[in-house]
Design a protein around this ligand. Structure first.
Ligand SMILES: [Zn+2]
Length: 293
């Protein structure tokens, strides 16, 4: 009998542990870039979930009922904006718990551009690190020093790349790059005063282009002697590959490079803890390559 009770207690405790892991997180974030900021501050001191799983497009995302419960039970819930997290129906208080601290990061977006992809501006990410750090300290003041130190380190690391990019682009005249993705990089463009010509003028990925549109893109590329074409993350670059192959028939060489818009990371990048910082460095390196540096 005693043995049975011990076994039952053991099973019960396992159930408790698994419930905790499955349904409750200290902090819930909607999208990769917020998750990245939080993880770089809390490390393993608090549990963190991201609703939009690796590889998933964050434009048309809908949370599951389990995820909705997780938001309600969280201490801190961070979202991008009512525009992109449209499932919040402009009313986050219906979704968050009474005790949940809520951050709408768009409230801290002090750059006014008519585009929803504000996270492509590293300078704004620096603001967000401080905002998020302050709220994390509120939910777990005992570890304040740890969080402040991590936030400072991450801030400085991103700021270093940002400053390098700023001085690099300041030293160049009329930087123009060509992008075969959707129109996601306006904030980035504006920050560094460069021109990114998006070949598909939509605000969402997966645009189907007609053969006429592809022909006119080919002309744009040839006329401007473009030899590097940037592609967006997560999507197979179908249009860019078509253009590259058609040009190759005329012995015109075109190299495809990724310009990451930080919507989300692949499963592989997620498992390797690839950070916003590393993606920013990748982008910078790819742009330098395209500009011949
Ligand atoms: Zn987008």
């Amino acid at each position: 009998m005693k043995k049975i009770i011990v076994i039952l207690l053991f099973i019960f405790s396992l159930t408790l542990v698994s419930c905790k892991n499955d349904t409750n997180f200290d902090i819930v974030t909607t999208t990769y870039f917020q998750y990245d900021i939080v993880k770089n501050i809390v490390d393993d001191k608090l549990t963190v979930d991201v609703l939009t799983k690796p590889g998933v497009d964050n434009h048309d995302f809908m949370p599951s009922s389990t995820q909705m419960a997780n938001i309600k039970n969280s201490k801190l819930f961070i979202f991008t904006s009512y525009k992109i997290d449209s499932w919040l129906n402009e009313n986050v208080s219906q979704v968050a718990g009474k005790e949940t601290i809520v951050i709408n990061l768009n409230d801290y977006n002090d750059v006014n551009i008519n585009d929803l992809h504000y996270w492509t501006d590293p300078k704004l990410i620096l603001n967000f690190i401080n905002v998020v750090k302050d709220e994390i300290v509120k939910i777990d003041p005992d570890n304040k020093d740890f969080y402040v130190e991590n936030a400072t380190n991450y801030y400085n690391a991103i700021n270093n790349v940002h400053l390098s990019m700023e001085s690099y682009f300041n030293s160049k005249d009329n930087v123009t790059i060509y992008f075969a993705g959707h129109n996601a990089m306006k904030y980035f463009e504006d920050r560094y005063k460069i021109t990114i010509i998006a070949l598909s003028n939509t605000s969402k990925p997966d645009a189907d282009l007609t053969s006429n549109q592809i022909t006119s893109l080919l002309e744009v590329i040839k006329e401007n002697s473009v030899h590097f074409l940037f592609t967006e993350e997560l999507k197979e670059p179908k249009v860019a590959t078509t253009i590259k192959n058609e040009l190759a028939e005329d012995n015109y060489e075109l190299t495809l490079l990724e310009l990451h818009g930080y919507h989300n990371v692949t499963k592989e990048d997620f498992d390797n803890n690839v950070s916003y910082l590393q993606l920013l460095e990748r982008n910078f390196n790819n742009i330098k390559m395209a500009l011949g540096d």
